[in-house]
Design a protein around this ligand. Structure first.
Ligand code: ASP
Ligand code: MG
Length: 423
């Protein structure tokens, strides 16, 4: 079987859904599992529903009206008037169920509520697409990913139960057919809905591919494939034709945002090739991630992580910073949920660049100040260049006047820079 994944941008309107169908038909309907995200920016819209609900739990969140209108408009553009009725009824029924859930819900846990609500983006998109397949006379089966992707109850960032998932997928999916299912969502042991973290649909595609021993996964995107830099930040960029699994994991680790970091590992284990192709020019080759040479062409890759914090610690009495202090520092980082991106130490100082994901910097700094002299620079950016050369280094250095820290290994050079510019 082959697995196709279509992200939100590819199904943001009726034209996108039609294009999806064309791509699937061109590649052979049979033996295909199609994983779809929420349409357009619907995940963000559902996040707003949660926010409104947490503030005023007694009121029906207003944002639900926009969400209904958005989906109904797509249906109107997609179907003949007669066929619209069924699709519209289904959308309304899902949203009614959601309202009932919100009315009855007693859990104060935002993450739990989040998953029950936000999962509707994918449920609605796949329902509409399934209906459209039927209307076009194409045989397909809608599969509830929550009956397949089994996880723990760590809402918003659930961890996979591989054994249970493998078994569930084996019973739900039979070779030969065409299946349409949701990315991003799963369920826990009590069958409550869970989600795999933002942008988690790529991971869903990899999970199904792993369980089904798929021949390939194709992620259809709004870019020509994997580029050597984010085109929103860097210009010009170049297409990478081939990336090894290992290099793809490295790039994701340093923050390349094209592919969800968890996606590669299951594919690597079963040596399933991953194609990244443009949905608006589907005949293009795009990028393939598989075994072999790290990257082709061999060019520098640029990655930027914005909104980082640089923390510089020095011992108070000029004593060395040794294993004991370092382990204490890391324990505090863990306790305050800071993601450590880069470290550098000398005899009496220790610098660390962190992502302050949960806004707990103040607490951390207070705790560190009990032991060290602490200097904090917020709003820094971390640049990483894989496979760097002098021209690539100059590209960063000529633009960034204030480089606070530099670190290089054989393949990788990193810079922490203050008030980042773009080039
Ligand atoms: N719809 C989810 C999100 O926007 C998951 C995904 O698209 O991968 O984060
Ligand atoms: Mg999305």
């Amino acid at each position: 079987m082959k697995v196709f994944k279509f992200g939100g941008a590819s199904v943001k309107d009726a034209k996108g859904v039609r294009n999806l169908v064309e791509i699937v038909k061109d590649n052979g309907l049979q033996n295909t599992l199609i994983v779809v995200s929420a349409m357009g920016k619907m995940t963000n819209a559902f996040e707003e529903v949660v926010a409104q609900y947490m503030i005023a739990p007694k009121k029906t969140p207003e944002k639900l009206l926009d969400i209904a209108a958005y989906h109904l408009e797509i249906i109107e553009q997609l179907f003949e008037p007669q066929a619209q009725i069924g699709a519209k009824e289904q959308v309304s029924a899902w949203l009614e169920d959601l309202k009932i859930f919100l009315k009855r819900n007693k859990s104060p846990k935002q993450s739990f509520v989040y998953d029950q609500v936000v999962s509707h983006g994918e449920l609605l998109s796949t329902q509409i697409i399934q209906q459209y397949f039927q209307e076009q006379g194409l045989k397909s089966q809608w599969v509830d990913a929550r009956d397949c992707v089994k996880t723990d109850a760590y809402y918003r960032d659930a961890n996979l139960d591989w054994e249970a998932t493998k078994q569930a997928i084996d019973t739900q999916i039979k070779k030969g057919g065409t299946y349409i299912t949701q990315g991003f969502i799963g369920s826990d042991a009590n069958n409550n809905t869970t989600t795999l973290g933002r942008e988690g649909s790529d991971y869903t595609a990899a999970i199904f591919a792993y369980a089904l021993q798929a021949t390939s996964v194709t992620i259809w995107k709004d870019v020509p494939g994997v580029l050597n830099a984010d085109p929103r930040i860097f210009n010009p960029t170049q297409l990478l034709l081939h990336i090894s699994y290992r290099e793809a994991i490295e790039l994701a680790y340093y923050g390349a945002s094209v592919i969800h970091p968890k996606t590669i590992q299951p594919l690597q284990r079963k040596e399933i090739p991953l194609f990244v192709k443009p949905f608006n020019d589907p005949k293009q080759k795009g990028t393939v991630i598989t075994k072999g040479h790290p990257i082709v062409p061999q060019i520098p890759c640029f990655i930027v992580k914005q909104e980082q914090v640089l923390i510089e610690l020095a011992s108070r009495d000029f004593s060395f910073i040794i294993e004991e202090n370092i382990s204490e520092i890391f324990q505090l980082m863990h306790q305050y949920q800071m993601k450590v991106e880069l470290i550098q130490n000398s005899a009496i100082s220790f610098s660390v660049c962190v992502s302050n994901k949960y806004g707990r910097l103040e607490g951390l700094v207070n705790a560190l100040q009990a032991k060290f002299n602490v200097e904090v620079v917020v709003g820094v950016a971390l640049y990483t260049i894989r496979h760097f050369n002098q021209t690539a280094i100059d590209r960063i250095k000529n633009n960034e006047k204030k480089i606070l820290l530099e670190q290089r290994t054989q393949e990788t050079i990193q810079f922490v820079v203050a008030s980042p510019a773009v080039d």
